[in-house]
Design a protein around this ligand. Sequence first.
Ligand code: FES
Ligand code: FES
Length: 316
Amino acid sequence: MTFFTPIIIISLILLVITILLAIADRLLVNYGECKIIVHQDEERQEFVVQGGSPLLTELTNNGIEVNSSCGGKATCGYCKVTVLSGGGEILPTEEIFMSRKEKLNQMRLACQVKVKNDIEIFIPDFLTTVRGIVENETFDPKLRWRVTREDGVYPEMMAKKLNITAEDEMRVAGILEKHREDPGPVVPVLQDINKTYNHLPEDILRLAADKLDMPLSELYRIATFYNAFTFEPKGRNIIRVCMGTSCYVKGGQRILEMAEKKLGIEVDKATEDLKFSLETVSCIGCCGQSPVISLNEDIHGYFKIDMLDKILDEVD
Ligand code: FES
Ligand code: FES
């Protein structure tokens, strides 16, 4: 008998016990058929499973990939879903991964929820997830949801859901074709979309992400990195009110408030007819003439509130 023999025997006994427990769990505890309803974006899927396995396993088996880097050991915290009904109490192993807000939103780790009865869950869509990441400034490329789908096929279901016209499809196809040979096509594609639509519409980004065969979250990450891209439609004429120290002390704030009132919009928004966008800037570089505002390329120094109407009338 060697030094290792007792260790091997104990390991074998533990292995046998684990196998027996797993078999007993499957055979003796019969959870029966359970219905899983999954909401994602505006999509809803429903499938019936034989209860007993963790939710993460059942989702994966049914073609819904929820990210996991720990393989279901409840150590990575990536497999978060919102449980709308069913699923029992939150476990201590899950609690440590959840913020207060997430707990209030009934978030659970899909690998820890065992499917014992009907269960209804919501999986955040790409943008919700990415926006959350951008807000918290902790982007992690691994932290995203994926739905598997047939390769290379633009799903009918998705096309219907997007609010895009045939003209949009043609425009996007033209932009992609133009940059097909570019070594890094993503930024030029985003630039062209931004130029064409005056901003980056969400549905157009979804379409482009699909055609580029890349996750929407990646496209969104790149778009949020560059200030040149905007997610709100911009007006044809951009008014920038300088809020740098020199302009601020000479009435920049009052000019801004008056511009908001006259245009009927808040800063960083565009008028409904898309004639104007209102922005602030931290210094235009003409502090000697403060307060300063700019309208498109024109700088207006020593600006007085009663000059506003005149310069607004100057443009179409
Ligand atoms: S898969 Fe890692 S925590 Fe659930
Ligand atoms: S602070 Fe306004 S132009 Fe410099």
